[in-house]
Write a protein that binds this ligand. Structure first.
Ligand SMILES: NC(=O)c1ccc[n+]([C@@H]2O[C@H](COP(=O)([O-])OP(=O)(O)OC[C@H]3O[C@@H](n4cnc5c(N)ncnc54)[C@H](OP(=O)(O)O)[C@@H]3O)[C@@H](O)[C@H]2O)c1
Length: 291
């Protein structure tokens, strides 16, 4: 009785706490942010299409979700809340098209696409604009920018044909903002600025088909990409200079916003970049003597 009342209250205050029936495709689901998004959205009742190159990792993620589903109160118990789809977003359009066809057919359509797959280049003074070569530009832009556009194009074309409304969520980065720059970030930062640009352009162009496009710009969160940065004691420093005084965790810092953008409560929200960085990118950070 108490549990039922508590969940009713939560549902009224935060309707996006339940997302039953939504079909969500997450790219880069094999680790880090993408993995956490899949686990959290599955707990909220979504069906998950987990996409990336490392199928072994996707397999264990889907097993975890499907086992959870059979144990969950209200879970449909059919053991199929998540499927894995092999996808290399840098491959040619035929190969991407074939992966998207598998993803679409897995549950019959796609309601939400989370473009999360991405790579980070090496950082630091030795990686400055005078040092890096074209291969690095190609790798970073082919993945973070062109791959993201290509997957969106493929999914949105199907949505337009099927006349289905949808939400596309692009994971950019605070490094894409004008106010955040770092040594060695020329290719990565440019790719993330461009993600915010394609978010606005596609929001404009796809709005008429009832497809919303937004991006999320995370600050620094622990993952495989950011692992080397965390090793440099930056976490301790970050705790001193972050306005909210915490570096937080992917869940709930990012997952709560993702849930909102998946839910129909955000039906009128398109073309935005949502910054989730605990205030760390705000200009005018206080310099404490204890630094
Ligand atoms: N962690 C942070 O602090 C942070 C901050 C701001 C933004 N971001 C962004 O968040 C996103 C996720 O990063 P993360 O931190 O979670 O890093 P991560 O743990 O390294 O995850 C990156 C994911 O992208 C996938 N991926 C890379 N290249 C791919 C390709 N060609 N085709 C398909 N999938 C590919 C990887 O899967 P496979 O290798 O299995 O293909 C992996 O699942 C990235 O776009 C990143 O730029 C992260």
């Amino acid at each position: 009785m108490f549990n039922h009342m508590a969940s009713e209250i939560l549902h009224t205050l935060e309707p996006w706490s339940r997302l039953d029936g939504k079909i969500v495709m997450v790219t880069g689901a094999s680790s880090g942010l993408g993995r956490e998004f899949c686990l959290d959205l599955a707990k909220a009742g979504c069906r998950i299409i987990a996409a990336a190159r490392r199928m072994d990792r996707l397999g264990s993620l889907c097993d975890e979700i499907n086992q959870l589903n059979s144990l969950m109160v209200g879970g449909n118990g059919d053991g199929c809340l998540a499927v894995a789809v092999e996808l290399d977003i840098t491959s040619d359009d035929n190969a991407i098209g074939a992966s998207i066809a598998k993803a679409w057919d897995a549950f019959g359509h796609i309601d939400v696409l989370i473009n999360n797959a991405g790579v980070r280049a090496e950082v630091g003074q030795k990686r400055s604009s005078l040092e890096i070569g074209k291969e690095e530009w190609n790798q970073v832009l082919n993945t973070n920018l062109i791959g993201t556009w290509e997957v969106s194009k493929c999914v949105a074309s199907r949505l337009r044909f099927a006349r289905r409304k949808a939400s596309i969520i692009n994971i950019s980065s605070i490094t894409g903002l004008n106010r955040v720059q770092f040594f060695g970030g020329i290719a990565y930062n440019s790719s993330k600025s461009a993600i915010d640009s394609i978010t606005r352009i596609m929001a404009l162009e796809l709005g008429g088909y009832n497809i919303r496009v937004n991006s999320i710009a995370p600050g620094l969160f622990p993952s495989e990409i950011s692992g080397p940065i965390f090793q440099h004691d930056l976490e301790i420093l970050a705790k001193k200079i972050i306005p909210l005084g915490t570096s937080g965790a992917i869940n709930p810092a990012l997952t709560s916003l993702v849930r909102y953008l998946v839910h129909d409560s955000s039906n009128y929200v398109s073309g935005n970049t949502f910054i989730v960085d605990f205030g760390s990118s705000l200009p005018g950070l206080p310099i404490y003597s204890s630094l």
